[in-house]
Design a protein around this ligand. Structure first.
Ligand code: UD1
Length: 423
């Protein structure tokens, strides 16, 4: 068990460079097995979810090297391995193996995904999409069994009832190898979807319209290896921007695609955060007179649910009352009691989080309940007077590349401690 200990109240300054996008990486890595020769991914974040996926690929027989953020995946000797449980259950994005194993072998056995608990996270849209392609899907003892009914998946028109990142990508991953054309309507438009489509097209697929709500995929017989440079992580960038606005004394956030963060930056501007935005970096200046604002999360390009929790410590520094409604995950509120333990005036009323600022935070012992709640508590710990200890930090390490090193370079007093369990 690991814990993070922060001595807060220091002013932070300097530069931080954003790593590759976690939510892209967790789809690009399973996508690589569709190729018949090596795929080289550049800019891959060094995070636990990536290491878990590498372990899963190695179990299937892939040859992998990973150094300096370059991940080479040689899928030529991969075999179809049933994965009803084990490592596959440790991350949500393991559901992408349903799409890629179907594309590769026409069948898959994949344990139901784990990952962060944000309230109910169904996969009915993924299943409906596969069924539309002619796949028989059954749930047996917590594992999904998928088998193509005829000898090949057949393209189809699929309308998504709810805008879903995971289902859009998963159907795309299967459809690139289906016979004929698949049209995904009401598709999610996240930048990570464009990144996955770009990789697939570089591998020889025919995917058009990624980034809009209609994606057309013409199936192909074969996909080949390629080299792909992935996009930076807009959620990690947003986390450091929120931190810079709340606790920074001049921080430059580098390797950022501003267009991926427009709704978030607009919110920071509404709060009164002063920034200089350049082509691929954003400098955040110390700001005063910060104003409370309301936040409502939506699918991209709306305000990302993943940035709701990291923004909250900044809202605690503003004057007035802020209301947050998460329309994607209404139960994403487990950070609220932890922040209250640190002295925050924050509560949940119905489907709304109410933040009253300015709040003076003090150090406390808190528990990270999920990845972004963990990031929120790290920022709160940096703002608080005294010592904050965060438990369950494995969640944070799933998605934040070298977070201790990056924050230490900004002047934070933060360390990770491995707890030795009593015999
Ligand atoms: C992805 C992101 C996650 C982010 C979320 C929403 C990855 C690995 N994770 O998760 O960080 O918080 O998008 O931006 O990329 N839904 C259904 N049925 C389904 C699938 C989803 O009803 O079959 C609902 C969900 O309950 C949720 C909404 O659709 O309310 C959006 O979920 P979705 O976009 O699918 O989230 P994930 O892909 O799991």
């Amino acid at each position: 068990m690991k814990k993070i200990v922060i001595n807060g109240g220091r002013s932070l300054t300097g530069e931080v460079t954003i790593s590759g996008a976690k939510n892209s990486a967790v789809a690009l890595i399973p996508a690589a097995i569709l190729a018949n020769s090596p795929v080289i991914l550049e800019g891959v974040p060094d995070i636990q979810d990536v290491h878990s996926l590498i372990e899963i690929l190695e179990i299937m027989g892939a040859k992998i090297t990973f150094s300096n953020n370059v991940l080479e995946i040689d899928p030529t000797e991969i075999v179809s391995v049933p994965m009803p449980n084990g490592k596959i259950n440790s991350l949500r994005a393991s559901y992408y193996f349903m799409g890629t194993l179907l594309g590769k072998f026409g069948e898959a056995v994949v344990g139901l995904p784990g990952g962060c608990y944000l309230g109910p996270r169904p996969i009915d849209l993924h299943v409906k999409g596969f069924e539309a392609l002619g796949v028989q899907v059954t749930n047996e003892h917590g594992a999904m069994y998928l088998r193509t009914e005829s000898d090949q998946m057949q393209g189809n028109r699929i309308f998504m009832d709810v805008v879903s990142v995971g289902a859009t990508i998963n159907i795309m991953l299967a459809a690139v190898k289906a016979k004929g054309q698949t049209i995904i309507e009401n598709a999610a438009r996240e930048p990570e979807i464009i990144d996955v489509a770009t990789l697939l097209n570089n591998m020889g697929a025919k995917v058009r319209g990624a980034g809009t709500d209609i994606i057309r995929i013409d199936g192909v017989e074969e996909l080949h290896g390629c080299r792909h440079f992935m996009i930076p992580d807009r959620i990690e960038a947003g986390t450091y921007l929120a931190l810079a606005a709340a606790a920074g004394n001049g921080i430059k956030v580098k390797n950022v695609i501003f267009e991926h963060l427009e709704s978030f930056i607009a919110k920071l501007q509404e709060i009164g955060v002063k920034m200089k935005i350049s082509e691929d970096e954003i400098e955040v200046y110390p700001s005063t007179d910060l104003k409370a604002v309301n936040v409502m999360t939506y699918p991209y390009p709306g305000f990302a649910t993943d940035l709701q929790q990291p923004l909250t410590p900044l809202l605690l520094m503003t004057s007035g009352t802020a209301e947050i409604i998460d329309t994607i995950y209404a139960k994403r509120v487990n950070h609220v009691p932890e922040l209250a333990r640190m002295g925050a005036d924050i509560s949940v009323e119905g489907n709304m989080i109410i933040v009253n600022g300015p709040s003076k935070l003090h150090g406390a012992e808190v528990v990270a309940s999920d990845l972004r709640a963990g990031a929120c508590l790290v920022i709160a710990g940096l703002l608080a007077e005294g010592t904050t200890t965060i438990y369950n930090v494995e969640y944070i390490l799933r998605g934040y590349d070298h977070i201790i090193e990056k924050l230490t370079a900004l002047g934070a007093s933060i360390e990770m401690i491995e707890e030795v369990e009593a015999e």
